[in-house]
Design a protein around this ligand. Structure first.
Ligand SMILES: [Zn+2]
Length: 67
C-alpha cells in the first residue's frame, strides 16, 4: 500500500496540498483512494474511473468471501 501527497486542489474546500492518495490492490484490481485531510472529502477510483463506496465495499466483501 502506497501513500502519497497529491499536489492538487481539493474540489470541495479548495485547499491545496491537503489531498492524500492511497493505492492498494483488492483481489487483482488496483484501487486508489483519495482523501482531503482538511474537509474529509474522499473518492475511490479504479482504472475504469471513479466508483461509489458501496461498490468498493461489495467488491472487498466478495473477494474476502472467496478467499
Ligand atoms: Zn477538502
Amino acid at each position: 500500500m502506497a501513500l502519497r501527497r497529491v499536489p492538487e486542489r481539493c474540489p470541495t474546500c479548495g485547499k491545496e496540498e491537503t489531498l492524500l492518495r492511497i493505492s492498494m490492490l483488492v483481489g487483482e484490481e488496483r484501487l486508489m483512494f483519495t482523501v482531503c485531510g482538511f474537509c474529509e472529502w474522499r473518492i475511490w477510483e479504479t482504472g475504469a474511473g471513479t466508483v461509489p463506496l458501496d461498490t468498493v465495499l461489495r467488491q472487498v466483501t466478495r473477494k474476502d468471501g472467496r478467499a
